[in-house]
Design a protein around this ligand. Structure first.
Ligand code: SF4
Length: 422
């Protein structure tokens, strides 16, 4: 007889962690033996520093240089004597992913293709606030994804591996390099990179350990210092890990809902077959820290004649009753090969009205970067094609680190996702 694990049981959590380990990122040690300091926890950094016979306060100094000043070379650490700088550079590195292509929309949204040390690539998106000198960085947590959500282009790319804490933090740091936002702005200084959402490639809760480690680094007050209020983890509904996110990290939670009946959600978000709606909604009710001040966000992509009826809207209201939440309605952005169409403006409006009449906010999240239409993952794919073609012509186009937006938007690279796709 098959015994099904309770979704919240430690057995089920252990299964998820074991699966994550099977897709582990590469070692933080370089081929030449040096260790990448980015992505180490404070304790790990201190232990490395002790190991080479130095005092723990050196770890605090390095942490400040790496995450407050954004240095990439030990020679920039001016309060560390030159011989020690030299020692550090013989043993350690301060890494960044390489930005190999940048695509820019007329609304200021920029998409970055990042290449990691092993040659794998993922996307990071910067979405500027249209009214303020602020903006959101949308990071990837995996290369590819296992979940195959039907409306998502990334879901067509099979999971290659998880990203490490260094690669996740590194996406944000590379954007700070790009936008010249070091050192960490203080007090009331506007931050261009003010928020982070985990809505790039991958399901973050299937890479929880690396994501959590990265978040602790990003939130550390002596470094990047992002407030947990400005961080949103998005999940397709990995129910057994949701509680941990609230308890251990306390960040905002976004749930990719997209359907209000199991029969449809099984199709749109196949993870629903494992953790069906009743379990998902119950996990949302129990999410630690959810309140009217910190509402859960339900993401709902509007698909014409699929999930956008009045009956769907009413059922949605019934499901979320009593949960401090809002509903983001996302107009679908078609991508080549997708079988869905966006809802009509009338259907969208009616759907939003029903939710708002029940007392919930239901903003329509207008697509950003609409002039560079494509779906999540397309830049990666297209860039791969471009590089292959160009390499043949001995003229590799997307190999220049920190390519300027202007140069990167020329040539054969196709634009990628305008949306936060969940
Ligand atoms: S929506 Fe998210 S979880 Fe679903 S396939 Fe796309 S990247 Fe994966």
């Amino acid at each position: 007889m098959t015994v099904l694990a309770e979704p919240h049981s430690s057995l089920e959590q252990a299964r998820i962690l074991a699966k994550a380990a099977a897709f582990a990122p590469p070692s933080p040690r370089m081929e030449d033996g040096r260790l990448d300091l980015v992505g180490l926890s404070r304790t790990e950094l201190e232990s490395e520093i002790r190991e080479i016979g130095e005092q723990p306060f050196r770890a605090r100094q390095l942490w400040h240089w790496i995450y407050h000043h954004g240095v990439r070379n030990f020679s920039e650490c001016s309060n560390i004597a030159k011989p020690l700088q030299q020692r550090f550079s013989e043993r350690f590195v301060i890494s960044r992913p390489e930005v190999v292509a940048v695509e820019q929309s007329s609304d200021g949204t920029k998409k970055f293709l990042m290449r990691f040390r092993d040659g794998q690539m993922a996307e990071t998106v910067y979405i500027p606030d249209l009214e303020d000198a602020r903006g959101t960085v949308c990071v990837s947590s995996q290369i590819g994804c296992t979940l195959s959500c039907r409306f998502c282009h990334t879901g067509t790319q099979k999971l290659v591996r998880n990203l490490s804490a260094a690669e996740i933090v590194g996406q944000f740091m590379a954007l700070r390099d790009f936008y010249g936002e070091w050192p960490t702005p203080q007090g009331g200084t506007p931050r261009l990179l003010s928020n982070i959402v985990f809505m790039g490639m991958g399901e973050p809760l299937y890479n929880y350990e690396n994501v959590a480690k990265a978040l602790r680094i990003l939130m550390d007050g002596e470094g990047i210092g992002l407030s947990r209020r400005r961080i949103t983890l998005s999940t397709a509904g990995v129910v057994p890990v949701m509680q941990r996110v609230g308890e251990e990290l306390g960040v905002n939670l976004a749930v990719s809902l997209h359907a209000v009946r199991d029969s449809l959600r099984d199709e749109l978000v196949p993870l629903n077959r494992k953790y069906p709606l009743a379990q998902l909604i119950e996990a949302c009710r129990r999410y630690p820290g959810a309140s009217n001040a910190r509402r859960i966000t339900f993401e709902y992509v509007m698909l014409r004649d699929v999930n956008d009826s009045e009956a769907d809207a009413k059922e949605l209201v019934r499901l979320i009753k009593g949960i401090p939440c809002k509903v983001n309605l996302i107009p679908f952005n078609p991508w080549p090969g997708s079988s869905f169409a966006p809802s009509t403006p009338e259907a969208l409006e009616r759907f939003a009205e029903i939710i708002m009449a029940a007392g919930y906010a239901a903003p329509v999240r207008m697509p950003r970067g609409a002039d560079i239409l494509a779906a999540c993952g397309q830049l990666r794919t297209a860039c791969g094609r471009a590089r292959r073609a160009d390499a043949e012509a001995k003229n590799i186009y997307c190999s220049s680190p920190f390519a300027s937006p202007a140069s990167a938007s020329e040539g054969s690279i196709q634009p990628m996702l305008p949306s936060l796709r969940r």
